[in-house]
Design a protein around this ligand. Structure first.
Ligand SMILES: [Zn+2]
Length: 334
């Protein structure tokens, strides 16, 4: 879910309720598009938008975001999932200035991403926003319950920056700066409560999201540094063998499955330390591994050696040869 003020969430839930109940109406043929990659698909619907040009614009925008999602491993994580785009006006957005005031992943019957887009949001604004790729990134993991909220929100928060950089929607430097800014917001949460408690009680949102992102960053770096693998590769294996769009998986069970698939203990090794952590985990070690140094409020990026190569590999543009299915990723009208 997009982290937000409680009022915004309340507004969103009300809107989602309306969306789920829905009013029966035949959609315009161009309001539906199926994006395919290999044997996986995303079925994208634009709901209640009368202007054909705007419908096409929203579909093209989502196709670009879905392309960013494919930079993980060239397929969508689920065999089939739905994306539903609706528009809200300024009043419904309750003063929220963001182009996508609200998004959520639902797992009822099948997996669906709901996105509420401001009706006056331009394409430039939509392309610069992170909400859609954040929600699509939730499709990489199973529902992990309240105890696993820090892991699920962390994965989406990590990937929302990394995948956009790979797709050219952000520069690599900007992606690292946005991660660092998130870590900063997480550090400022100073309740001293264990991360698992914040996760369970829906509190300390910024520490929950960004300590989670730090967890996945550490795992990704350890896999690349020591095991000639990557988070993408392990999640690809998980997607092929085990991922379901609905149902709940216990966080420890999910991580031990990722350990098994990677032949490592990278995931479970940090789990106990993170869930019990009462302050934001240090990312100094991982920054060293990536050739990133803090100088005041800015980040400085090392240019040479293994650290720079490791860092660049994480945000490297994805090519068709790196994963099957990419060539068939272009949208085909249904
Ligand atoms: Zn989320």
């Amino acid at each position: 879910m997009r982290p937000s003020r409680s009022m915004r969430i309340a507004a969103g839930l009300a809107l989602a309720g309306a969306a789920v109940v829905g009013v029966a109406q035949a959609p315009a043929p161009d309001a539906e598009r199926t994006l395919r990659a290999g044997d996986t698909e995303l079925r994208v619907s634009v709901i209640g938008v009368d202007d054909a040009r705007r419908r096409r614009q929203l579909q093209d925008w989502l196709a670009e975001v879905a392309h960013a999602q494919l930079t993980a491993f060239g397929r969508y994580p689920l065999h089939s999932a739905r994306v539903r785009i609706e528009q809200v006006d300024r009043e419904e957005a309750r003063g929220d200035e963001s182009p996508v005031p609200w998004g959520q992943t639902l797992r009822r019957g099948d997996a669906a991403v709901l996105l509420f887009v401001r009706d006056d949001a331009s394409l430039v604004e939509l392309r610069a926003d992170w909400t859609a790729i954040h929600e699509l990134s939730h499709l990489f993991h199973p529902y992990l319950g309240r105890d696993g909220r820090w892991l699920s929100e962390g994965l989406a928060s990590y990937y929302q920056n990394v995948l956009r950089a790979r797709a050219g929607l952000l520069s690599p430097e900007r992606a690292w700066e946005l991660l660092e800014a998130g870590f900063g917001r997480g550090r400022r949460e100073s309740s001293g409560a264990p991360l698992i408690e914040l996760s369970r009680e829906h509190e300390g949102t910024m520490r929950v999201y960004w300590a989670g992102a730090a967890f996945w960053l550490q795992a990704d770096v350890a896999l690349r540094r020591d095991h000639a693998s990557s988070l993408d590769a392990v999640l690809s294996q998980y997607s092929a063998c085990c991922l379901r769009g609905t149902g709940e998986v216990a966080p420890a069970e999910f991580l031990s499955e990722l350990d098994r698939l990677s032949g490592t203990t990278v995931f479970s090794a940090n789990y106990a330390r993170f869930v019990q952590s009462r302050e934001f985990p240090s990312v100094d070690g991982v920054y060293r591994d990536l050739g990133i140094t803090r100088r005041g409020d800015a980040l400085v990026f090392g240019d040479e050696g293994r650290a720079a190569a490791l860092r660049r590999a994480i945000t490297a543009p994805f090519t068709a040869t790196a994963g099957e299915g990419m060539k068939s990723a272009a949208g085909t009208p249904r």
